[in-house]
Write a protein that binds this ligand. Sequence first.
Ligand code: 5AD
Length: 349
Amino acid sequence: MPDELDMTEIIAWLRESDPARLGLLWRRADDTRRARVGDEVHLRGLLEISNHCARECGYCGIRASNRGLPRYRMTADEIVAGARRIAGYGYGSVVMQAGEDPGLRREWVAGVIRRVRAETPLAVTLSLGERPDADYAAWRQAGADRYLLRFETSDPALFARIHPPLGTRPFDRVDALRRMRAMGYEIGSGIMVGLPGQTYESLAEDLELFRALDLDMIGLGPYLPHPDTPLGGGSLPVAPPGTQVPNDELMTCKCLALARLLCPAANIPSTTALSALGAASRTHGLSRGANVVMPNVTPERYRRLYEIYPAKATVDESADAFHARVGEILRALGRIPARGPGGRQQRGA
Ligand code: 5AD
């Protein structure tokens, strides 16, 4: 059973500042995590397969108009080699993520998915943005298991301000997620915490939407201003004093903990954006609701070009180096690296 938190209680937790009370929230989230998804931590190998992007998201460093940024697209062989490396580490799945890149043709991506499925035991997760249903269907057919598409904020006015539509094409991410679920995908979504103009009420609606969608995966992290973006340059006003959500570690951890209570069986990563806030942040995420880590396995020469926000924590640490210490990080927390693809546990009550 998901926790019976109502909107008033969610908002109260988001505004809570008493350390003792917050200790209760962390405890409740950690107990729910242990009871519902156990002590295993799923490791998902992340491949950032292209930094080409057709969109102009106001927050994102790889937006189309950042003309100074060299663009790359990994070859099929490079992606398959990355997947083999992920399998070699013993991780259970590969996440292929990219900007919204029309150069990633439907059939080409389908071919890559088929190769990864044929040549490795990995589950395949895609995070390739807004695409026509025919693409999602073809990729599912080719063997993709999961799709990640953050709705970023459930506030339509704020979303429109940070995420200009492409031409006149209307696209409803929440609807698309529902259709993908009907195609047989496990679906993941999420938000940025502390976007300029994001209020406590709006953030509580986001969390409530996680529950309404019964998400299989939830990815959330702090909004991190990128200097080469309109938002990073201060283009959006913040909400009035006392109503603007901060983009800090504490607020992100509250959201993680509440996401665990609202979606107890979901797979929830302690995200790279959270780790960017400090050395202990990833650990805090894991002890306050998260049960997934996504090591970055993108070849280093590409990784530095996938700068969606500044100072991504993993940019300077090689996949081998992180792999060498991740087991230790987990064991120090009393957790165990999981084996196998790590799909969603039994749905429902
Ligand atoms: N700060 C934090 N997260 C960001 N993302 C993109 N840009 C930023 C930023 N400046 C997140 C978005 C997107 C995901 C891939 O990365 O939520 O969906």
